[in-house]
Design a protein around this ligand. Structure first.
Ligand code: DAH
Length: 350
């Protein structure tokens, strides 16, 4: 072996040993980086030793090159090892400052929105009575929302509903009743469906919001009578508000039912007495009753629009406002609270 090669190889060996001797010298990752640059950097010690490689006779180059690579790998893994140790030591130091006896920070737990809670409860009761879920679009056409429900153009009931129009023929559904129509179009009787969902009206004050929730019910079969409607709704209301709840049916008008009724229940606040703690009950205004839903026997014209023969089938329908039920159940005075999403309000239902 030529002297030149020998000197070169020995130089690399001593470089490796010199670097090894730096063990423990770096107290931080920054200091370690300085060592890395000193040995492995572009102008570092290894690069400098390798400068001699170019001037070496060709026959020595393979061995010299191999050795240089070996030393380079050795230095790299040496310094990487020190780095891993430094990182581990830093983590341990951080953990040793962690006091496991400190009380934890309680994570926020979400909960269901009161509207969802009441929707679920109502659905569960009605599914228990044999109704199936049905859904329909919130953007609805005039025919499903009005005409098929016996509300022709120019009918005064269209005014009552404060419709939000998307275009001349397309509306945001003003009630869940169009889902009745869609359900009947899709299936022959017997049929028992409930349709929960969002509805929209151009209205906003203490007791109205432009979007709110309804649940619609529909049952169609041979020989369905008003007493079936009464029995079903009485059972439903008593499961929802308690066994002692009184129920009364008050004659009313809806274009899609004949006869129609509104259902009142004995006031949930004063128990039907009309007064509480010596003053007039603020929920029923002293009447002892609160209205909770609209209902009736499906109008023959509705059956005709969906191709059911009104001589063969009869049915009942009902619709209720979910927020209204939630207000009564939880004693909430302002409808807008449901949509402000104030956590102090919402977390009370967790
Ligand atoms: N669609 C009515 C409304 O939005 C509620 C309603 C009343 C639905 C009577 C019905 C019904 O199915 O029979 O005010």
């Amino acid at each position: 072996m030529s002297d030149e090669l020998k000197t070169f190889l020995e130089g690399l060996d001593s470089l490796a040993r010199e670097c090894e001797a730096c063990k423990g010298q770096a107290a931080s990752l920054n200091e370690l980086e300085e060592i890395r640059v000193e040995y492995l950097g572009r102008k570092g010690k290894l690069a400098k030793s390798m400068g001699a490689l170019g001037k070496m006779p060709n026959e020595h180059k393979p061995e010299a090159g191999r050795k240089a690579n070996e030393v380079k790998q050795f230095l790299t893994s040496l310094i990487d090892g020190w780095q891993a140790e430094l990182v581990r030591a830093q983590d341990e130091a951080r953990l040793s400052r962690f006091d496991p006896s400190m009380p934890g920070r309680k994570p926020w737990a979400g909960s269901l929105h009161p509207v969802t809670l009441v929707m679920d409860e109502i659905s569960e009761i009605l599914v228990g009575l044999g109704f199936e879920h049905a859904t329909g679009p919130e953007v609805e056409n005039d025919w499903h929302n009005f005409e098929a429900l016996n509300i022709p153009p120019e009918h005064p009931a269209r005014d009552m509903q404060d419709t939000l129009y998307v275009s001349e023929n397309i509306v945001l559904r003003t009630h869940t009743s169009p889902v009745q129509v869609r359900s009947m179009l899709g299936k022959k009787p017997p049929l028992a469906v409930i349709c929960p969902g969002k509805v929209y009206r151009r209205d906003s004050d203490l007791t109205h919001t432009p979007m709110f929730h309804q649940i619609e019910g529909l049952l169609v079969d041979h020989e369905v009578s008003m007493s079936d409607l009464r029995g079903t709704l009485t059972a439903f209301v008593r499961q929802l508000f308690g066994k002692k709840t009184e129920v009364r049916f008050r004659p009313s008008f809806f274009p899609f039912t004949e006869p129609s009724a509104e259902v009142d229940i004995s006031c949930v606040m004063c128990g039907g007495k009309g007064h509480k703690d010596g003053s007039t009950c603020r929920v029923c205004k002293g009447t002892g009753w609160v209205e909770i839903l609209g209902c009736g026997m499906v109008d023959p014209n509705v059956f005709k629009s969906v191709g059911y023969d009104p001589e063969v089938y009869t049915g009942f329908a009902f619709g209720l406002g979910v927020e209204r039920v939630a207000m009564l159940k939880y004693g909430i005075g302002d409808l807008r609270m449901f949509f402000e999403n104030d956590v102090r309000f919402l977390e009370q239902f967790a």
